[in-house]
Design a binder for this molecule. Sequence first.
Ligand SMILES: Nc1ncnc2c1ncn2[C@@H]1O[C@H](COP(=O)(O)OS(=O)(=O)O)[C@@H](OP(=O)(O)O)[C@H]1O
Length: 365
Amino acid sequence: MVFNNKVKYTAVPLEADDTPTKKTLCSHCSPYLTKKNISAFVIILILSTAFFLVACIGGNFQSKVCSDNNSMHLISKPQNKYHMQKNLKIAHSRRRLPHCIIIGVRKGGTRALLQYLKIHPDVQVAPDEIHFFDSNENYSKGIDWYRRRMPQSFDEQITIEKSPNYFVDWNTPSRVKMMNASIKLLLIVKDPFYRAVSDYVQIRENRLEKDMEMEEFEDLAIDPISGNVRINYKAINRSLYYIHTKRWLKFFPLEQIHIVDGDNLVLRPFEEMEKVETFLGLRHYLSDDHFVFDRKKGFYCIHRENGAHKCLNRTKGRPHPKIDPDVMNQLNDFFEPYNQQFYELVGKTFKWPKAVGKRSLKRKH
Ligand SMILES: Nc1ncnc2c1ncn2[C@@H]1O[C@H](COP(=O)(O)OS(=O)(=O)O)[C@@H](OP(=O)(O)O)[C@H]1O
């Protein structure tokens, strides 16, 4: 075949390899180090980072992947956009000693108070009772042990823990003062008689779970020989708010202690929480919409954005036994002078004894 001069010749490889050479970034680089490969790698990296962030923040999976063992706790599943905001900023958080402690009183409604405070975006709460100040064993572990038990919080947030036994513990006020003399304290109290019964019900349930016997409330509260109230029976003694508050006031001025009305917290949670926000210097965030009355539970529960609501667990809001009316009257008379002294001490009056029982309270809604 004759070719004319215009025939074009294609270059023939010198070696018997007809695959085109890959364009690497430099002459001595690996053949895989091409612009195309690097771009693909960068895109995959961006996509997986984005997926990771969305999964962590959106709470699609909860695992240690979302946490740093040294300093961060697991990012909890967000319940609403405010929790998402908290989670978004998790990288800047750290554990700090509490700015406020719910010191008690046991069975006063401390858990409800803590859970309601937890709704506030500027608050982080320690989920467990730490018992740092009232346990010599824990106290001897030092302040850093205590700090490590605190939740992560951001600079603009306050941290709160609750251990209801602090109120009646002899060592706690001085120890708290040593940690922070200007700390804010929350004390939630309720009708002393109903609080004592609630205390008894808790102990009875714990004992029955261990197959242990438990006397009737009336037999524990009243000495069968003298017929007098047993002031040293713990369920009774913890209801003597005057005595315990007086001890705290030797260490802290009244301005640093806010007294929450536990009976009103049950009936009108928003009203009590508004006062708590003011005391803690928090912006007013909680509203009536955060609470929904649950007929089955007989108490207010937390209203979530998705329409569901979260009630406290079954150990809160237990049924109470019917107490002999004579014993009830005797106890109310016994508590009366302590109540009056308490009102004077804290400059606030409560409507004790409550005119109606727990069941009637529930029916009011
Ligand atoms: N929203 C809501 N749901 C359920 N229960 C509520 C609520 N608000 C206040 N209370 C009252 O809280 C009582 C338990 O008090 P504490 O949380 O302080 O108990 S504890 O000391 O931590 O064991 C608990 O006492 P009992 O009724 O005897 O179970 C309740 O009266």
